[in-house]
Design a protein around this ligand. Structure first.
Ligand code: PLP
Length: 373
């Protein structure tokens, strides 16, 4: 079979000339990083777009790792989080010397807020929830719990770029929210990330952490890492930001098309989007009733050069490096979902024909499955 390869995502590119124009002055200035002009411009523009104070970082993982570090939790503190996420979320907690406490997820795949309070101990310092697939967590309940127990909240909002909830930018929730601008995300700067913070003090702490703690030639005020976004990244971000509304609009059409094509398929559930969220249409996960069928269809799609992905399988709690290391709550629904989920190819310029190809392989596979039963 000589079908074109379909990957789960495909990076959006700005017109080549626009990026080329943008980076040309760098050959003159030779200022390639260290909070250059584009870094500062992008920080301002992305802040306006997200309606938040922003500190740019080299990638989303470092944004989360440094956001957590900036809170200065006592070593060994516990952080309540979801196991149904990209491994980065859990790594960022563990690399800070903190202990992840995994909480089960709810029907919308985000952390089950009714199970958080049971997991709180005197060592609990924070909650790190994830707006997985761009599904917004129950932010009101998380805020209530955090306030009641004096916990910090840091949202991993890597999937939620550009989303609004009740008319408010999702970047404004929690003590901090972080975004990833990785090439595979709805919005990208090749690699890149951002911490959205609330106060000048937070901003300055993050600045120190991403720049070796260096404040001037002879003054180093803290032990920092190097996590600065460079000028080529910032230029790409500035170019792509011009097209973000258009990009999300195209994704919306593609998502609606998948929904139409797949609606009512026996044995399949589609991700529900909330009316009160302005979505970014980041992912198209489907949930199989039958776990074995998920694996069969995943394989069939691959045979047709369609690389759907099991986002997220396995749970981060079950990763080889974490398995049996941490106190695990009952992760019943997370385990159910991780065995049955499949994320379909989705990007702004996916064609109708490509979507038809994906859907027909799924539907054929499902029909064969039923005949077997
Ligand atoms: C992509 C992603 C990250 C990490 O971002 P990078 O920019 O790839 O470092 C963290 N958390 C989640 C949920 C992600 O999807």
């Amino acid at each position: 079979m000589s079908e074109k390869k379909l990957l789960v995502t495909r990076s959006s590119m700005p017109p080549f000339e626009e990026y080329a124009e943008m980076i040309k002055p760098l050959w003159e200035s030779r200022w390639l990083t260290n909070m250059g002009e584009y870094h500062r411009m992008f920080e301002k523009e992305i802040g306006d777009y997200l309606e938040s104070r922003v500190s740019l970082t080299v990638n989303g993982h470092m944004a989360l790792e440094l956001a957590i570090q900036s809170m200065n939790f006592p070593a060994g503190s516990e952080v309540i989080t979801t196991p149904f996420t990209f491994i980065s979320t859990t790594h960022a907690i563990v690399r800070n010397g903190l202990t992840p406490v995994f909480c089960d997820i709810g029907e919308d795949f985000t952390i089950d807020v009714s199970k958080i309070e049971n997991l709180i101990t005197e060592r609990t310092a924070a909650i790190v929830p994830v707006h997985v697939y761009g599904n917004i967590c129950n932010v009101e309940e998380i805020e209530r719990i955090a306030f009641k127990y004096g916990l910090k909240v840091i949202y991993d909002a890597a999937h939620a770029f550009g989303e609004r909830y009740h008319g408010r930018s999702i970047a404004q929730y929690g003590d901090m929210s972080i975004f990833s601008f990785h090439a595979t995300k709805v919005f990208h700067s090749i690699e890149g990330g951002a911490v959205c913070c609330r106060t000048n003090e937070q901003y300055e702490t993050l600045y120190n952490l991403k720049n070796f703690g260096i404040r001037s030639e002879e003054l180093t005020v803290g032990v920092g890492a190097n996590a600065k976004m460079n000028e080529f990244q910032a230029a790409m971000g500035l170019c792509n930001l011009k097209y973000i509304t258009q990009e999300i609009g195209k994704r919306k059409l593609a998502v609606e098309r998948y929904q139409e094509l797949l609606a009512g398929t026996d044995g399949l559930w589609l991700n529900r989007r909330r009316e009160d969220v302005e979505s970014n249409y980041a992912y198209f996960p489907i949930l199989f009733e039958d776990a074995e069928q998920r694996d069969v269809i995943y394989q069939k799609l691959r045979e047709h050069e369609i690389y759907a992905r099991k986002y997220f399988y396995p749970l981060t709690a079950d990763a080889a490096c974490f398995k049996n290391k941490y106190r695990n709550a009952n992760l019943k629904r997370a385990r159910y979902v991780t065995d049955r989920i499949l994320t379909l190819p989705l990007y702004a310029d996916i064609t109708e024909e490509e979507q038809n190809r994906v859907v027909s392989v799924i539907k054929e596979g499902m029909a064969q499955g039923r005949m077997r039963l």
